[in-house]
Every structure is written in C-alpha cells, then in structure tokens.
Ligand binder design. Structure first.
Ligand code: ZN
Length: 257
C-alpha cells in the first residue's frame, strides 16, 4: 500500500536532529510522495531544499497568515521572494496561505490582503493553492467566492470545516484534505466526510502537528497517515486500500505531478 501525504512540514525545527532518518523511514514505510509545505520565506526555502535532495518530495511556497509582515509593503516584499522561489521545478503549489483569527485577530485586513495577493500569484503562475483557515470561515468563503478566487484548484487543508465552507470549496474546484483530528473522539468533521465526493478527497498528516489516535500528543510523521486512512475508510464504508489509492490519484491530480 502506498500513500501520498499531501501536507507535511519536514522543514520544521521539530526534525532538526533526525530529519534524514525520518525521511528515509517514511519512504520505506510506503509514503512514496509528500509535499513539504512552506509557511514563511525561510521554511519555503527549506522545503525546496528537501525537494531537491529527495525525488519523492515536492515543495510548496507561501506565507502563512501568522507569518505575514506588519504592513502591506512588508507583505509585498515577502511575496516577491515567494514568486522567485516558485519558479523552481519542484514547487507544486502556493501555500500554506489563508486566514487565522484564532492566533491573530488584530490584523484581519492585512491577512485578507496577503491571502488575496498570494491567490493572484498562484493564478498567474497557474499553480494550485493550499488554504489554511481557522476561526475565519465566513471570510474564507467570501474570498473563495470573490473575484480573486483560485483558478487552478487547491486544497482546503485540515480546516475546521462546516457544510457551507465545503460546498463553497467544492464549487470552486477545491479538494478537501483530512488529517489526524478525524480520529479524535469529539471531531465534528466525521459527519461532513460523506458530503465530499471520492474524487475530491485527500489525506495528510500536517506533521509534526496533529498526530492521530493512538499517537495523539506525540511528534507526528507521515507513517501515522495510516490511522487517518483507516478512520476515513471506516466512515465511508471502504477499504484502507481504496482510500490510499483514491487519495493518491487525487493528490497527483491537484498538484499536477
Ligand atoms: Zn500545515
């Protein structure tokens, strides 16, 4: 069985001591593709570096809402660098980008500005986007529906979802990606999974964060994607093999790999 982990952060400090070891181990465990996702300039550069060193790793570049500059000029200069990095052949998406009103509430307008600017960059470069949305459902919906909507698809990544956000995303041609929290007891996303058509479904770890049960709370890595796949298979009445295959194909499609 092979898995495509659509969202990992092997560029993170959490792997500083054993990065190469873990990367080899996940590949040997059947995670034969992953996109290492950038979230600021440094980590986007690191994502590219890892993608250049490992054939099965791809990169995305972008500025996460918690990492945007303090004003428009700063944001535009960050995006200028992202644009340069995006010309690398192994960059398959712009992300992660979006809105986060959980950690940052004071700069909503700047967050929207950075989000829209990066969607426009992705549209110009004909790349999909990876969307992070936390406590910002209505504004995310408004932007996805607006005139600067993503034109080359994208992914709603491990968002706290509601029906309206999923429907808006599907309508805009986006894919929906599930991570470890689907295995948690009290997750709301369980009922929502059945409104997602098979050809828009993705799985990810978002490692080192969001370890699924039974490893909740520990540092995550792509091998744990199995637990997420098992839970989704159970909820959808399918086999883990089927989930692995379907999500692998969908990931190759959205990332144009
Ligand atoms: Zn992430």
């Amino acid at each position: 069985m092979e898995f495509f982990d659509t969202h990992s952060h092997y560029n993170d400090e959490a792997y500083i001591e054993d990065r190469e070891e873990i990367i080899n181990e996940i590949y040997n465990a059947g995670i034969t593709k992953t996109v290492v996702v950038g979230y600021n300039e440094d980590k986007s550069e690191k994502a590219i570096e890892l993608a250049e060193e490992h054939q099965f790793i791809y990169a995305s570049v972008g500025i996460h809402p918690s990492d945007i500059g303090a004003n428009k000029e700063e944001i535009l200069s960050q995006i200028k660098k992202i644009r340069q990095m995006a010309s690398n052949k192994k960059v398959v998406a712009i992300g992660e980008i979006g809105l986060d009103y959980h950690w940052e509430k004071e700069n909503k307008e700047l967050q929207k500005f950075a989000f829209i600017q990066q969607i426009c960059l992705a549209n110009e470069l004909k790349l999909p986007i990876i969307i992070h949305s936390r406590d910002a459902i209505m504004d995310t919906i408004e932007i996805i529906r607006g005139e600067d909507s993503p034109k080359f698809s994208g992914i709603l990544h491990c968002c706290v979802l509601n029906k309206e956000l999923i429907e808006t995303g599907l309508k805009a041609g986006l894919y929906i990606s599930f991570a470890g929290p689907i295995t948690f007891k009290n997750t709301k996303n369980k009922e929502l999974i059945n409104i997602i058509p098979d050809d828009r479904l993705l799985i990810e770890t978002d490692c080192p964060y969001l370890s699924p049960e039974p490893n909740r709370g520990k540092r995550n890595d792509s091998r744990n994607i199995r637990f997420t796949a098992e839970k989704i298979a159970e909820l959808k009445g399918m086999t883990v093999d089927e989930i692995a295959m379907i999500t692998y194909k969908n990931a190759e499609k959205v990332y144009n790999i």
